[in-house]
Ligand binder design. Structure first.
Ligand code: TXA
Ligand code: MG
Length: 328
């Protein structure tokens, strides 16, 4: 399945992780910046390279469900049910922290985030390494997450010891995070598995409330930021909003689902109108518009069913006032 070159790279990646180095690797959601989750020094390097505050916990990636008990102190019934149904896949579960997971990984919390990713290179890496790999998205703190190897190269360059290139990410935005550590399922971040699918599997509603922002440190209002100022607008407002920005002499871009009628602006990018297609194209499109040097991006959100909820969440965080608040 993997080329001879990939086999050699995978062997090197295992060696790098084993000596406490950092490996950027593809997952089906976004590229991750990985370190041996048992090695506190290696994990501290992730925070240094990302310039990420140490209280923002990381996700531990494992190769199969059978490794969950090595990371979790106890596996709640809800966790098992969701893991059996959705792993490998873009679902992260918050469970009680096992002793082998240093507090550096969890930002001092007694819970840990875990998932089994679906990308074949990630799975092969995790199987060969045989232990958990702590990995946040492989971008600088606050920036748009990388969905291609070249994005990682642009953002982190030489600060990564090894970069595995697995092509463009299928899902295109981060995993859904569900906290199952309290006896009921709570959504901490919408993502690659639609909440509807989780509710259908459990036969019960997933709790979504404002408290989630506090419970998932790093889920700050301003996040996934473009250099250009981004605004989410309704299709009916597009023309007037564009006119106002153009009058101010700004270079204006529009990001919209295919088929949307748009006014004359400097740059425009159409993404697939279905929510999954929009999700796959989202981060790459935001990077492309930034690369074209626009000052302002007017984005039309997709419908909020399926992956549309996660797309809308990321767009609104990219649009949030930045101020001097920390971002991730
Ligand atoms: O798709 C993904 O999840 C990607 C790929 C690389 O797997 N990873 C990713 O990691 O998005 P990161 O670090 O960018 O986001 C991790 C999120 C943070 O918002 C953090 O707050 C939350 O997971 N998290 C981690 N541990 C947690 C915990 N113990 N309790 C609550 N939230 C936690
Ligand atoms: Mg991130």
């Amino acid at each position: 399945m993997h080329s001879p070159q990939q086999h050699a790279q995978l062997a090197e990646a295992v060696a790098v992780l084993s000596r406490g180095g950092l490996v950027a690797f593809p997952t089906e959601t976004v590229y991750g910046l990985g370190a041996d989750a048992r090695n506190a020094d290696a994990v501290r390097r992730i925070f240094a390279v990302k310039r990420r505050p140490s209280a923002h916990p990381l996700i531990v990636h494992i190769g199969s469900l059978s490794e969950l008990s090595s990371v979790a102190r106890q596996v709640p019934a809800l966790a098992l049910r969701l893991a059996v149904r959705f792993w490998p896949g873009p679902l992260t579960l918050i469970v009680p922290r096992g002793e082998g997971v240093p507090l550096e990984v969890t930002g001092g919390q007694e819970t840990v985030a875990v998932r089994v990713p679906q990308h074949p290179l990630a799975l092969e890496l995790l199987h060969r390494f045989g232990a958990g790999v702590a990995a946040p998205s492989a971008n600088r703190f606050g920036a748009v997450s990388p969905t291609r190897a070249e994005h990682v190269r642009q953002d982190l360059g030489d600060e990564v010891d090894l970069l595995l290139d697995g092509g463009p990410c299928e899902v295109g935005l981060e995993s859904t995070i569900i906290d199952v550590s309290r006896g009921y399922p709570q959504l901490l971040r919408p993502g690659g598995v639609p909440v509807e699918a989780i509710e259908a599997e459990l036969g019960e509603a997933v709790v979504r409330d404002a408290e989630a922002t506090v419970r998932a440190p790093g889920q700050l209002a301003s996040h996934y930021a473009t250099r250009a100022e981004l605004r989410v607008v309704a299709p009916g407002e597009l023309e007037a909003r564009a006119a106002t920005l153009l009058e101010r002499g700004l270079r204006v871009a529009v990001l919209a689902p295919a088929g949307t009628a748009i006014p004359r602006v400097h740059e425009s990018l159409f993404v697939p109108a279905d929510p999954a297609g929009y999700a796959r194209a989202l981060y790459e499109s935001l990077r492309a518009l930034d690369d074209r040097g626009v000052d302002a991006i007017l984005a039309i959100a997709p419908a909020t069913h399926g992956l549309g909820l996660a797309v809308s969440d990321r767009l609104s965080r990219a649009a949030a006032p930045r101020g001097d608040a920390p971002r991730d």
